[in-house]
Design a protein around this ligand. Structure first.
Ligand code: IPD
Length: 273
């Protein structure tokens, strides 16, 4: 019910603000950096600590809810995305930024009920930026409503894209090719190193589009809702319906723009989450 969703929303906002303090502490201090799937896929003790805090606090409040979270998945917990209320958590999206002191890092949390995301919260505690949305209620940045640019012309667009952490030659070639083909047609390309923040950039109108292959459900579940609530359009980069388990997204300030970008892309397949 609406009342329950309000309670979930208030609770998660409180929980991210607490966890944000731990992110900030780590951002400024020394941290232990380890690798996961490859030499450029990084994790720190703060990713794990922040995730533990988020899950613990949400579990205390909502003991029947389920969780999908990046570091739990990395440690072998299988991703099961069912109909139960499920919190989808990236404790630090932009871990490479976090390691290098580049301030685009964010806690990303979505709540899905019956597989539909109803709440999205993305908090960058370093820059003190809180993006949030509840389904049907609009998107907000630090409490103020935001709207995407509405841009319909690729030639007038600023587009966000990423290289990601895979160093697999075929994957890298396709990603470089995609950015190469887009740059030719647009004002500029930006790669700020956080899928969640990229989606917020489209939501607030500072980028007109964002696409990426190889990301995970926790990287884009919250940002997808925030962008859509801000008037943006999201889909599978091949043009079909967005699937949160499909590991890719195209998010644009208008449906027209998606129609111009999608045919230009070389599609890269990753195994589903
Ligand atoms: C990463 C960021 C980045 C994307 C990578 C992701 P993480 O998330 O979203 O933008 O290019 O593919 O892995 O690992 O820092 O949570």
């Amino acid at each position: 019910t609406e009342k329950e969703i309000e309670l979930y929303y208030r609770t998660v906002l409180h929980v991210v603000s607490t966890a944000g303090k731990v992110v900030n502490e780590g951002f400024l201090g020394k941290k232990r950096v380890e690798t996961k799937a490859g030499a450029a896929d990084l994790v720190t003790e703060f990713d794990q600590r922040v995730e533990e805090i988020l899950i613990k606090k949400l579990q205390e409040e909502f003991p029947t809810h389920k969780f999908i979270a990046e570091e739990s998945a990395a440690s072998g917990v299988k991703t099961t995305f069912g109909d139960d209320p499920t919190w989808i958590i990236d404790p630090i999206d932009g871990t490479t930024n976090f390691v290098h002191g580049f301030p685009f890092v964010a806690i990303s949390i979505a709540l899905a009920i019956k597989k539909q995301v109803v709440i999205g919260v993305i908090f960058n505690p370093v820059l003190d930026l809180l993006y949030s949305a509840v389904h049907g209620k609009g998107a907000f940045k630090n409490g103020r409503p935001i709207r995407c640019s509405g841009q319909t012309e690729l030639g007038l667009s600023q587009v966000a894209g990423e290289y990601g952490s895979s160093r697999e030659p075929d994957v890298l070639s396709a990603k470089c090719k995609n950015l190469r083909v887009i740059i030719e047609k647009v004002h500029s390309i930006r790669a700020i190193g956080s899928a969640a923040m990229n989606l917020c950039m489209v939501a607030e109108g500072s980028c007109d589009a964002y696409f990426e292959y190889g990301i995970h459900i926790w990287d884009y579940a919250a940002g997808d809702l925030i962008a859509r609530e801000a008037g943006a359009y999201t889909c599978d980069p091949s043009g079909g319906q967005l699937n949160l388990l499909h590991r890719c997204i195209l998010c644009t300030a208008s449906k027209e723009l998606a129609g111009q970008i999608s045919p230009l892309l070389t599609h890269v397949d990753f195994p589903d989450d």
